[in-house]
Design a protein around this ligand. Structure first.
Ligand SMILES: Nc1ncnc2c1ncn2[C@@H]1O[C@H](COP(=O)(O)OP(=O)(O)O)[C@@H](O)[C@H]1O
Ligand SMILES: O=P(O)(O)OC[C@H](O)CO
Length: 538
């Protein structure tokens, strides 16, 4: 008989904190990421896709309660993983929030329940609202840049103020609640904050300067809601949250596994990525490639008004008394989303893992150019009537060429933006820091470097957005923390250099511009009525 063994259970692993958590509520998915405080080391994370609802052509909504539930599930999932790797939830000292920007939620003060689905930033239903607002501009000027001196933004369906005006005009529950004084408005950060801190019972109603700078309702100089802008949009101030800095105490989590932990940062996701990339000095820039693509150029404490189609936005303000830093932004609405379309609508790919493999099987796109202007074109064109086109198809064109042309479309849109930034700032960028879901694709980064002719530096971690929120949250509780100090112990960033000639690059870009011409004003470029009647045989 075997002698009895004295089985000893190994002691559970231990992992010491402190830790900082970040909620990253993106358009495609939500995640909660737990970092070791003051570093870019991800201890664990939990991520869940968020469903978008497409009720009508050009509409894009999400269920606000589903957003909250998904975030809560991500928090619970990540905390469970933290414990599994030997960490203690009590050692999460603070958390930050970063979010898809401009998406608009309106809810009822008494019930805490949404009055309508969230209108997502890339929803295009408000083109007619923009038209109506343009009509109200004095001297029949119809100038989309009329409000730029006040808010830094052109009139576009993209921004929350326009979406809110549409809700006021089209959803009786919203207009009635506005009249009764029971409506509350928030971008996704505000909606999450309200729910995490207690909802209708004691939820705080606050936003930060970066999210507020995307509403068209905040004055870009005073960083407060602007009476003239509110009057222009016909919206009551009572529905708006309090504007705070991006790094300060907002409130404490009311329930669940993180109950009692403070929330000490809020940043729009693109601004959070600027912080996470440590682009903390004037002249530094980053591009984040997710659902859309957003290039932000830090202009320091100065407000630079673009004359070439870029946005002026708040980059960050890291503390109540801190100096606000501004940025010039080039926004592209459809980047990774073009691949979701290839997958869901056209069945050209089954998953994003195939993109690089397929595009690498061909040497070039065989002169195919794809402008994915599904909801108009953002920077630098701001043409809400543009629509998608695929040009240059021939008998030889294959799926692989189209997939490659889709990657190139994102690269060319970034070239459009860099050209505008060069014109506005005079100094050409020598290198571009990149991050986001698409940057796992090596071929894509090579194409990006080739088609813009500058070095592309891949971020050490893909989750720079969450990292920026975690850095700001930590800064708010640890004043000695130096945000510029190296975060990572693991060597320099990977650099991708251009490998094609300037002549080749410029020829390709000319063709891209021809494709852009074909997509602009598509919605309004129909034949005049008389000619249309003749064409129809009337
Ligand atoms: N290998 C890849 N090549 C190209 N695009 C990709 C790849 N992997 C993911 N994507 C795209 O990246 C997007 C997701 O990136 P992510 O940064 O998570 O987005 P978001 O923050 O908007 O939720 C999706 O639109 C997807 O199509
Ligand atoms: O979901 P993302 O990461 O593409 O970001 C969305 C932007 O914040 C929209 O302005």
């Amino acid at each position: 008989m075997d002698s009895p063994t004295t089985e000893t259970t190994p002691p559970p692993p231990t992992l010491s904190g402190p830790f900082v958590g970040a909620i990253d509520e993106g358009t495609t998915s939500a995640r909660f990421i737990i970092f070791r405080a003051g570093t870019d080391e991800i201890v664990c994370f939990h991520q869940i896709e968020v469903e978008s609802i497409f009720q009508k052509e050009g509409w894009c909504e999400q269920d606000p309660m589903a957003i909250v539930n998904t975030v809560n599930e991500c928090i619970a999932g990540a905390c469970k993983k933290l414990v599994a790797v030997g960490g203690k939830v009590e050692e999460i000292i603070t958390i930050g929030i970063t979010n898809q920007r401009e998406s608009t939620v309106v809810w009822d003060k008494n019930s805490g329940q949404p009055l309508v689905n969230a209108i997502i930033w890339l929803d295009n239903r408000t083109t007619s609202t923009v038209e109506e607002l343009l009509e109200t501009i004095p001297n029949n000027a119809r100038n989309i840049n009329y409000l730029r001196p006040l808010c830094g933004l052109p009139l576009s369906p993209y921004f929350s103020g326009v979406k809110l005006r549409w809700l006021r005009d089209n959803v009786p529950a919203v207009s009635q609640a506005m009249e009764k004084g029971t409506a509350m408005f928030g971008t996704i950060d505000t909606w999450l904050m309200y729910n995490l801190t207690g909802g209708k019972d004691c939820g705080v109603h606050k936003t930060d300067v970066t999210n507020a700078s995307r509403t068209m309702l905040m004055n870009i100089e005073t960083l407060q809601w602007d009476a003239n802008l509110l009057k222009f949009f016909g919206l009551p101030k009572t529905i708006l949250p309090e504007i705070c800095s991006s790094a300060e105490f907002y409130g404490s989590i009311a329930q669940g596994v993180l109950q009692g932990i403070g929330i000490t940062s809020v940043l729009g996701d693109q601004q959070a990525a600027l912080v996470g990339q440590q682009c903390l000095a004037k002249g530094q820039a980053k591009a984040t490639y997710g659902t859309g693509c957003f290039l932000l150029y830090n202009t320091g404490p100065s407000i630079v008004h673009s004359t070439h189609g870029l946005l002026t936005t708040v980059g960050y303000q890291l503390g109540r008394k801190a100096v606000p830093f501004y940025a010039l932004e080039g926004s592209v609405s459809i980047a990774g989303a073009a691949f979701n379309w290839l997958r869901d609508n056209i069945n050209l790919i089954q998953n994003s893992g195939q993109i690089e493999t397929m595009a690498s099987t061909v040497d070039n796109s065989l002169d195919v150019y794809f402008v994915p202007a599904f909801n108009g074109l953002y920077a630098p064109y701001w043409n809400q009537d543009a629509r998608g086109v695929i040009c240059g198809l021939s008998e030889e064109t294959t799926s692989e060429h189209i997939v490659r042309a889709t990657l190139e479309a994102v690269c060319f849109q970034v070239r459009d933006i860099l050209d505008s930034m060069h014109k506005d700032c005079k100094i050409p960028l020598a290198k571009l820091m990149v991050d986001g879901g698409m940057t796992v694709n090596n071929l894509f980064l090579q194409l990006q470097s080739d088609l813009v002719g500058i070095q592309v530096l891949r971020a050490k971690i893909a989750e720079t957005t969450a990292l920026g929120a975690a850095m700001a949250a930590y800064k708010a509780v640890e004043s000695r923390y130096q945000m510029e100090a190296p975060l990572s112990k693991s060597g320099p960033r990977e650099a991708i250099k251009p490998s094609i000639s300037a002549t080749d690059r410029n020829l390709r870009y000319q063709k891209w511009k021809m494709a852009i011409d074909r997509s602009l004003n598509w919605e309004t470029s129909t034949l005049p009525q008389g000619e249309r009647d003749a064409f129809d045989g009337a």
